[in-house]
Design a protein around this ligand. Structure first.
Ligand code: C5P
Length: 232
């Protein structure tokens, strides 16, 4: 699996994201488009960023009945993104339907990744509200295994879980890991953070980095530093 740095473009308008991307004249970063930008600008923003030569992770985290997810994925597959995702909590039937919808007539498709348990959910809320009483790390691994058995390509997880996910699901099962900060940087609202170099050591395949790059005084320099530490 080719390692890469994915830049989380958490902006609320096309203007802001293009001002940001215009700075990158050499290496074009792999870009993550999340709900904020997609809901603000619609599918056209995906086409425009793709046309500028970026790979795209469309992070919309689908979760609905299998038929609805299958049809939504068929629409997204026409956008020519490189990676997209669903919630593993939608169950195996939903994940299989997502894969079917995503697969183009020629058999090609973007990578499909599962969100396991959101990092904003802790043990207490999982037990009290979701009535899931197993330890959180076991729940994450169970979701990962179910995603793999459904035929998905990988999961979003913490770099700290990447090694265990690979042990459970195999080396080629992709780990996409947010929560990355430079050793001398500000963690912000991320609770468990890892440097790009440490994420590499722990076996992450892709790191997702937002504010350490988007809010840096020199975003290109921050991106290049991430690539140097993570990809080498
Ligand atoms: O700015 P920062 O580097 O914290 O951005 C991380 C990105 O990864 C954000 O787009 C955030 O929504 C996403 N993410 C995360 N933790 C997860 C899943 C996604 O931080 N568990």
């Amino acid at each position: 699996m080719g390692k890469d740095v994915i830049v989380a473009c958490d902006f609320s308008s096309a203007e802001q994201v293009f001002t940001f991307l215009d700075k990158f004249q050499e290496r074009k970063p792999f870009v993550k488009i999340g709900m904020e930008l997609y809901y603000a600008e619609g599918p056209e923003i995906v086409r425009q960023i793709k046309a500028r030569g970026h790979k795209i992770f469309l992070d919309l985290k689908l979760h609905d009945i299998p038929n609805t997810v299958k049809k939504a994925m068929a629409v997204l597959s026409g956008l020519d993104v490189d990676m997209c995702n669903v919630h593993a909590a939608g169950t195996s039937a939903m994940m299989k339907a997502a894969l079917e919808g995503l697969t183009r007539p020629d058999g090609s498709r973007p990578l499909l990744i599962a969100v396991t348990q959101l990092t904003s959910t802790d043990q207490e809320s999982m037990e009290k509200e979701l009535l899931i009483e197993k330890p959180l790390d076991q729940v994450v691994m169970s979701y990962a295994r179910t995603a793999m058995e459904a035929g998905l390509d990988g999961v979003v997880c913490s770099p700290l879980e990447a090694g265990k996910v690979h042990e459970t699901c195999g080396e080629s099962f992709v780990t996409v890991t947010p929560g990355v900060r430079f050793a001398d940087g500000d963690a912000g609202d991320q609770k468990r953070v890892t440097t790009p170099a440490k994420a590499k050591e722990l076996g992450s395949d892709y790191i997702v980095v937002g504010r350490p790059i988007t809010a840096a005084a020199d975003p290109v320099e921050a991106y290049n530093r991430c690539v140097k530490e993570f990809v080498g």
